[in-house]
Design a protein around this ligand. Structure first.
Ligand code: FBP
Length: 262
């Protein structure tokens, strides 16, 4: 096994990344179900929950809030992002360098790559700079590997998700974040394609607690190492409760029904 540059953002080889880049990616609409969550302080507090192994945010939030949390929270700094107001082919503006991420105290960098977009070539080249910059500074590299673009008819198909996982390995990510491909078997294929890179599933918006945790449990059984989750935690009335259950399912491999019963 290769030395693992993402150890700083995992616990016993497993990860729960609390994703909070929604203010840029989707906009204020994502805070409507739980209006308090528009306040980043609420989420930095939530990230001190012991289930959370890192908090993924953009530069502006890290500058404003991370100094107060650097002893309690591992920082996963997203280096690119796009608003939902952008109507072109999938693309993501690079808004932070790995140098500045290190200055802000990041343990790892996060980077979105939309393979299949007309902008794939530039995005892969931008990822190269981010990945090599992170390597030089000992930061882990997490790729949001989301194949999408006008040429892709089904970006949620198991084959496409496995391809996305493989791209993470090929381009040098330590952790590849993919959509859940719908079954443990398909997740197992994605994990196999990612080789020594860790695979984490994204959270999505599924509201049935047990069904959501069952997907997470299936992903773990298939060899995934955790989840990068945003809305499915912070849009709930009691985000701490689902974090407790996620902790049991991911780190202790407790059955979802049992995890919810506690
Ligand atoms: P969720 O758990 O809320 O799905 O967040 C995961 C995530 O990757 C976020 O980091 C990102 O903002 C969002 O999904 C992007 O979702 P999409 O591009 O599919 O709209």
């Amino acid at each position: 096994m290769l030395p693992h540059a993402a150890d700083d953002i995992s616990r016993d080889g497993k990860s729960l990344i609390l994703a909070y880049d929604h203010g840029i990616e989707h906009g204020p609409v994502d805070f409507e179900p739980n209006p308090d969550t528009a306040d980043p302080e609420r989420i930095f507090e939530l990230a001190t929950h012991e289930a959370v192994t890192s908090l993924a945010v953009q530069k502006g939030l890290a500058e404003a809030y991370y100094p107060d949390y650097e002893d309690e929270v591992n920082l996963l700094l997203k280096l690119n992002g796009t608003s939902n107001l952008w109507m072109g082919e999938p693309d993501s503006a690079v808004n932070c360098t790995p140098e500045y991420a290190a200055e802000l105290g990041a343990d790892a960098i996060g980077f979105t790559v939309y393979a299949g977009s007309n902008h794939e070539v530039e995005m892969a080249e931008e990822f190269r700079e981010a990945q090599e910059g992170a390597r030089e500074r000992g930061m882990g590299v997490v790729m949001w590997s989301y194949p999408r673009g006008q040429g892709l008819r089904n970006d949620g198909s198991p084959d496409v998700i496995s391809y996305g996982a493989r791209l993470g390995l090929e381009l040098g990510a330590d952790v590849v974040k993919v959509k859940y491909p719908g079954s443990a078997e398909a997740m197992g294929d994605a994990v196999e394609m990612a080789g020594p890179a860790d695979v984490v599933m994204s959270g999505g918006t599924m509201r049935d607690d047990e069904a959501f945790l069952r997907n997470v449990s299936n992903a773990i059984d298939a060899g995934a190492t955790g989840i990068a989750v945003g809305r499915n935690v912070f849009q709930r009335d009691e985000p701490e409760r689902i974090l407790d259950a996620l902790e049991a399912v991911i780190f202790e491999e407790v059955d979802p029904a049992e995890a919810l019963a506690v």
